[in-house]
Design a protein around this ligand. Structure first.
Ligand code: FAD
Length: 474
């Protein structure tokens, strides 16, 4: 008999949360803590969604998306998770850039960037101050017609090198382009600039384990290998969810699954207005990624001056589309030293990440796909030699992931790494106006994505659900 992953589940709950990405986990935790009965469904055998890790023989643990996030995570985790989680958030020490225009190390905060822009790039102090003030003053309700490219042109006309310094990490981080609304850049960039880049000590596995403990302490019914197949709508309101072939009733659903799939597959377009369906269909998905995971032999060490994060590019010019090309010229390296997991076995690991188009990988026959993966690994190792000499001799394990890998594990259409483009946010927010009790929380746009954006969006949606249920008789 196959195992019943829903054994002991109740026939109905106040809320069903579909998906255990950081937004789904956070919404479930807040609602559980508020006293609601909450069922959290995750189709994979692990919680975390893109916030994930995997283990390989030799004591190697790879983090997939733990490269860096803004200091705001400390406050959000303290408020909505626990002191213990917040206390494990620590700053990265050094961020490096290496490209044909410049090579430098920085703490990636406003003070250091101000110094760099004035002393190294020769920008007038007033222009630097005005730029930072403008970026920091941006908020979601601002004019969205100004693009990021226009913002840079206003403050640093003709300075491709300055644009590269300011933009390259944000493009790597979430696939944004110079054509996206400037607010999406300004808000994310200012979040980082306030205090630099942070990470989670102990690794993603420890974070998710601490979150699971909190969820259980707050009474959330957590189920893995629980595939939500349908969200049922009756008389314009959410009535239940079918999961692993079994129907469970609820008053509200928070879907943390891909926004477009939530609308078209889980609910069904027939439950929405024509205009809404058109808007949802027009939402562009974000790009995907490739990664190469490299573990050094247990006794091998990397000099910590190599930095924590290295934005490396061989492209002479800075163009956001080049960062997505299969013909890779730009890579972001995360270097993990033994201090990443102070309680684990001391290991040095490197993860190379590159933004990628799903279409470059999706249609490849098996053999060509494997060959393309091998090529990705080989070219990455060739490139890495300049930062980690003799790297090939020192390796214990190496593997790669592609957009197909991300699609497989998280069900994000086209392996989208950061959910949707900016227009997804309005569609996500409008869901409950279409179907009472139906919510989406998860990476949308550039603001509500990444670890911090996903957690904060989970908070916002949990509050919306709470307001609705308070008004709804049981
Ligand atoms: C390679 C890579 C590197 C990244 N690096 C960083 C970084 O350094 N810093 C940063 O801040 N962010 C980073 N991110 C982005 C960040 O990881 C994501 O934005 C964030 O984790 C997404 O959270 P989410 O809540 O949107 O859900 P997701 O992580 O997308 O999870 C959705 C969950 O829903 C589940 N699900 C889907 N359909 C169903 C169903 N029908 N039934 C049940 N469950 C379902 C999935 O299995 C998944 O667990 C990176 C992402 C990638 C891919």
């Amino acid at each position: 008999m196959p195992k019943d992953f829903l054994q002991g589940a109740k026939p109905s709950y106040d809320i069903v949360v579909i998906g255990s990405g950081l937004a789904g986990l956070t919404a479930a935790n807040i609602l559980g803590r508020a006293g609601y009965s909450v069922l959290l469904l995750e189709q994979h055998y692990k919680l975390g969604g893109m916030a994930t890790w995997f283990k390989r023989p030799g004591g190697h643990i790879f983090d997939v998306s733990l490269h860096g996030f803004p200091a705001g995570m400390i406050k959000s985790c303290k408020r909505y998770w626990s002191e213990q989680i917040a206390d494990s958030i620590v700053p990265l020490r050094s961020i490096r850039f290496d490209n044909p225009m410049f090579s430098l190390s920085t703490t990636y905060n406003r003070d250091d960037f101000t110094k760099l822009l004035i002393e190294r790039f020769g920008i007038a102090p007033e222009a630097v101050k005005a730029f930072f003030d403008t970026a920091r003053g941006m908020n979601f309700y601002d004019d969205q017609s100004l693009t990021t490219g226009q913002l840079f042109e206003r403050f640093f006309p003709g300075r491709e090198d300055v644009v590269r310094l300011l933009m390259e990490p944000i493009v790597y981080a979430n696939g944004s382009t110079l054509e996206d609304p400037a607010i999406t850049y300004g808000i994310v960039f200012s979040n980082f600039m306030s205090k630099g880049v942070y990470t989670f000590e102990g690794g993603t596995d420890r974070l998710i384990e601490l979150m699971r403990e909190q969820l259980e302490a707050n009474g959330v019914d957590v189920r893995i290998k629980a595939d939500a197949q349908r969200i049922h709508v009756e008389n314009g309101r959410v009535a239940g969810v079918t999961v692993n072939g079994r129907r469970i009733g609820c008053r509200a659903v928070v879907s943390n699954a891909n926004l477009r799939l939530t609308i078209s597959h889980l609910v069904g377009e027939e439950h929405f207005d024509r205009q809404f369906v058109d808007d949802a269909r027009a939402v562009r998905l974000n790009n995907s990624s490739t990664q190469v995971y490299i573990a050094l032999k247990p006794d091998e060490r990397i000099d910590e001056d190599t930095g924590d994060l290295l934005f490396s590019s061989t492209a002479r010019h800075f163009r956001t589309d080049l960062l997505l090309s299969r013909d890779i010229t730009s890579r972001t390296y995360s270097f993990y030293y033994p201090r990443t997991r102070p309680e684990g076995r001391p290991r040095c690991l490197i993860v190379s990440s590159t933004n990628a188009h799903y279409s470059d990988w999706a249609g490849l026959p098996d053999e060509a796909y494997e060959a393309s993966k091998r090529d990705l690994i080989e070219t990455t190792l060739n490139h890495l030699e300049r930062y980690v000499p003799r790297v090939r001799e020192r390796i214990d394990f190496v593997d790669a992931s592609t957009p197909r890998t991300f699609e497989h594990y998280t069900r994000h259409a086209f392996g989208a790494s950061f959910g949707t483009k900016f227009e997804g946010l309005a569609v996500s927010r409008a869901l409950p106006e279409q179907v009472r009790g139906l919510y989406h929380a998860g990476s949308v746009g550039i603001i509500m994505s990444g670890w911090l954006g996903a957690i904060n969006y989970g908070v916002i949606v949990a509050n919306d659900v709470d307001s609705l249920l308070l008004k709804m008789p049981v």
